[in-house]
Write a new protein. Structure first.
Length: 442
């Protein structure tokens, strides 16, 4: 049978050098005990009450051994594999007098977490991250009990000195990508660093990107799915959001709802999102291009209907579209800034009244109200807010080119945006890639 020292060394060797793995040693003149646990998923109060206090109260070694053997929370040691599995679930491994004990000290982190408010799903877990780093790492470890999960830390901010945890699977994460992320964090030159969302602005300032190059999420289940895919996670102290790196476009178009639905429902929802993305991007410019340059593309009845609805409108179609889109942007911003109790009601009523009044006054056509509503709904189909905000800007580029060059401008504008996204990369991973590169196995 293996000695307790060899068991301890094997367990420590199996775990990566993570900051939340603790080996604590207690000793008096008569006795000595060692405890191995992961502090982010273990309840240290249990260890203090059941082990630490009795250890100093019971003077002799044999009575303390009898006390350990009588504890209901103590389980017998079976083998290293079982002990490692339990260790990753939150237990504490005790080494005393060449005997190994397993103390049940699992922490329940679900009592201190927040409900998801940004990335909601109908099915699946409803809990999100909290503002506590140990709690957030504990949520990840509970869902990803692998010894290869590595946790490292650094600080960002000259004044704030905010702690940032780098979480990844050492077997799956690309070491080159990990090095680029660490170099990026070391180069950040800000005084106050409060949340992971600031990284979006810092990355944009460094490369002037229109598209976000990192995914910010509040869902632990999305984080562990990305860790299993070889991604690297950043957790910032005081922020209930995690940053996923590197990020590609398919990450922005994916929802956790995809995992909790059947195969064909998932494919349908993904198709719906890409249709919404294309519609929101192209529809305003396409409307202006066809009505102003190529009305012959419509059927005669539809062309006459559109022309009839625009009879009383005193300005060209591109001004009409611009006015309504800006009005919709203001309503969207108002719905975000207003208190939750009155926001949806105020913006819905305001949108209905403005649309009806503008139509009756002859400022916009009936078809324009339909176009604006379709664009707004299509924009909200994109599941990640950071990317939907980018889409709100992109459509004006296509609209401007469609206004000047007609249908050719719409096609050219869409091609330019695709070409722009092709040249983007997130820490070495192309933005439009479908499969992330994995590290070479030696």
């Amino acid at each position: 049978m293996q000695s307790s020292k060899s068991i301890k060394d094997s367990l420590i060797e199996s775990l990566t050098h993570s900051e939340d793995v603790i080996l604590k040693e207690l000793h008096t003149k008569e006795k000595r005990i060692e405890a191995l646990y992961i502090k982010t998923i273990s309840d240290e109060n249990i260890f203090h009450q059941k082990i630490l206090i009795p250890f100093y109260e019971i003077k002799d070694s044999l009575p303390f051994l009898a006390y350990l053997e009588s504890l209901p929370a103590i389980n017998p040691f079976e083998n290293i594999e079982k002990a490692l599995e339990e260790l990753l679930r939150g237990v504490t491994i005790l080494f005393y007098l060449d005997t190994v004990f397993v103390l049940d000290s699992k922490a329940d982190r679900n009592n201190s977490v927040l409900d998801t408010t940004v990335e909601t799903t109908i099915q699946g877990p409803q809990s999100g991250f909290s503002e506590s780093l140990p709690t957030n790492i504990g949520l990840i470890r509970h869902r990803y009990p692998e010894p290869s999960l590595q946790v490292e830390s650094t600080t960002v901010g000259k004044i704030s000195k905010t702690k940032v945890m780098i979480v990844h699977d050492s077997k799956l994460a690309n070491p080159d990508t990990l090095k680029k992320i660490k170099d990026f964090l070391s180069r950040i030159d800000v005084e106050m660093f409060e949340t992971g969302e600031q990284l979006l602005d810092l990355v944009k300032k460094s490369n002037r990107a229109l598209v976000p190059m990192m995914l910010v999420t509040e869902r632990p289940d999305r984080v562990v799915v990305n860790i299993a895919a070889g991604k690297i996670i950043l957790l910032v102290s005081g922020s209930p959001f995690a940053v996923v790196l590197p990020t590609v476009m398919k990450d922005f178009m994916a929802s956790m709802e995809d995992i909790y639905q059947t195969f064909w429902v998932t494919k349908f929802l993904q198709l719906l999102r890409y249709i919404g993305f294309f519609t929101s991007l192209v529809l305003p410019g396409l409307y202006v291009a066809i009505t102003s340059y190529n009305p012959e593309l419509f059927r005669v009845q539809l062309a006459l209907s559109i022309a009839g609805s625009r009879t009383g409108v005193p300005y060209p179609s591109f001004i009409e579209v611009t006015i309504m889109l800006i009005m919709m942007e203001m309503l969207t911003e108002a719905s975000i800034r207003l208190p939750k109790a009155i926001g949806p009601t105020a913006t819905t009523v305001g949108g209905l009244i403005l649309g009806q009044a503008a139509t009756e006054a002859g400022l916009v056509s009936n078809i324009m109200i339909i176009i604006t509503s379709t664009v707004a709904i299509s924009n909200f189909v994109v599941p990640v807010n950071a990317f939907s905000f980018t889409l709100r800007i992109m459509k004006y580029i296509v609209l401007a080119l469609g206004t000047i060059f007609g249908l050719v401008g719409v096609v050219v504008g869409f091609t330019i945006l695709v070409a722009y996204m092709v040249r983007l990369d997130s820490f070495g991973t192309p933005f439009l890639t479908l499969v992330q590169s994995k590290p070479n196995k030696k």
